[in-house]
Design a protein around this ligand. Structure first.
Ligand code: IPE
Ligand code: IPE
Ligand code: MG
Length: 252
């Protein structure tokens, strides 16, 4: 692969192997509320800071050569939050899409909003669809914004679509058919899953796709997630021994 000077400097600084960059990084962006609370500020202050951290993560993934960044932005369970917080998040999303799309277009970012978009306010849905159309030709990096997303709901929808169009012989159905029925159909499974804020749970995220993903639980809160945090995860990932149920080379 071709490596730019800036990329090379970052790889060197963090001990990253340019030939083993993960293609797909998934993130559970958690801890905005606690970040704000620590500063004696309302939760929404943390969400604004979280928006900036995602912008930075996208920039840093692009710099490091990651091809897919999949960010858990609003879950099917997040509707349980107070109405005022949900309304703030919907408004924040609208503003962010409006303000960020022109730059993403220039930077070669393709965007996908994945989840049950029909459950979102109509205006936001329309904006999601036009942003996806506008950035569709881009190929440098794909940003997947998981919105009104729940993994069980995604699998349920996948099963429904398979049942509507079943193969002649049910026994020919494969794992790949299931992968292809999900929102993430056209991308590789993530090599890395990062959860910030120190919570040891998956919260209904990518249950099918993370079967063999390397998991990183970081203690830092999402608004503090920076290049150092991301680069260290990638460097550590490259040192892990991914066995997929087999043995390491030296043992076999
Ligand atoms: C993640 O931060 C953002 C969303 C889930 C929308 P939180 O809002 O969950 O922050 P904490 O977990 O309360 O600190
Ligand atoms: C997961 O975070 C969802 C998103 C980051 C969008 P939550 O804060 O909603 O997860 P729980 O409630 O702690 O499991
Ligand atoms: Mg949380």
């Amino acid at each position: 692969m071709s490596v730019t000077t800036k990329q090379e400097a970052v790889y060197k600084k963090y001990g990253i192997d340019a030939d083993a960059i993960p293609e797909h990084v998934a993130i559970i962006m958690d801890g905005n509320g606690r970040w704000a609370k620590k500063r004696l500020m309302p939760r929404n202050f943390g969400h604004n800071a979280g928006r900036k951290a995602l912008k930075l993560a996208l920039k840093n993934c692009t710099l490091l050569g990651v091809k897919h960044l999949t960010a858990y932005t609003f879950s099917t369970e997040n509707w349980r939050r107070p109405e005022e917080e949900v309304a703030f998040l919907m408004k924040l999303l609208k503003t962010a899409i409006f303000e960020e799309v022109p730059e993403m277009k220039k930077e070669g970012v393709r965007i996908k909003f994945l989840g049950d978009l029909t459950g979102l306010p109509q205006e936001l849905q329309d904006q999601c669809h036009s942003a996806m159309a506008e950035l569709d030709g881009n190929t440098r990096i794909q940003l997947n914004i998981m919105l009104n997303y729940g993994s069980r709901n995604e699998i349920l929808n996948g099963v429904k679509s398979l049942l509507k169009n079943p193969p002649q012989d049910i026994d020919t159905l494969t794992e790949d058919d299931i992968s292809k029925s999900l929102y993430t159909a056209d991308m590789p499974d993530p090599e890395i899953l990062i959860r910030t804020s120190g919570e040891y749970r998956i919260s209904n995220y990518l249950l099918w796709q993370i079967a063999y993903t390397e998991i990183f639980i970081l203690d830092i809160l999402w608004p503090d997630f920076d290049l150092e945090a991301l680069a260290n995860v990638i460097a550590q990932y490259q040192k892990r021994d991914r066995r997929y149920g087999g043995l390491t080379d030296e043992d076999s």
